[in-house]
Design a protein around this ligand. Structure first.
Ligand SMILES: [Zn+2]
Length: 113
């Protein structure tokens, strides 16, 4: 079973096809807002910006930044532990296709009639 062909252009997006962020902010979040929260803690995406030069909200790129615990689904709390990341000039992959993992061509369902 393949992917829906109508999403072919989305599924085959490469880095050159999207707005590249100039910086990303991560926040250490904890699941501790309710009595039965699970106590999970981990890094979550705060926001991603392009050409960041201030707080202009128009520079925020789309990203998944929901404050939802990945373990139990309750609301998380963003702690004061935050870090800014800037893309490295070395964008060689951490994992090499064909060496670290097998890369298969994307298969699509037949066109709908
Ligand atoms: Zn939780």
């Amino acid at each position: 079973m393949g992917f829906p062909r109508k999403f072919k252009e989305l599924l085959e997006i490469e880095l050159s096809d999207v707005d590249r962020p100039d910086e990303a902010w991560l926040t250490y979040a904890v699941c501790a807002t309710e009595k039965d929260s699970c106590g999970w803690g981990g890094w979550m995406l705060e926001d991603i910006r392009k050409n960041a030069d201030g707080n202009d909200p128009s520079l925020v790129l789309p990203a998944f930044c929901e404050q939802v615990c990945p373990r139990c689904g309750k609301e998380t709390f963003r702690t004061g532990a935050t870090l800014k990341f800037v893309p490295s000039s070395d964008q060689s992959g951490r994992l090499v296709p064909g060496v670290d993992y097998e890369e298969l061509p994307i298969e699509y369902d037949e066109d709908e009639v």
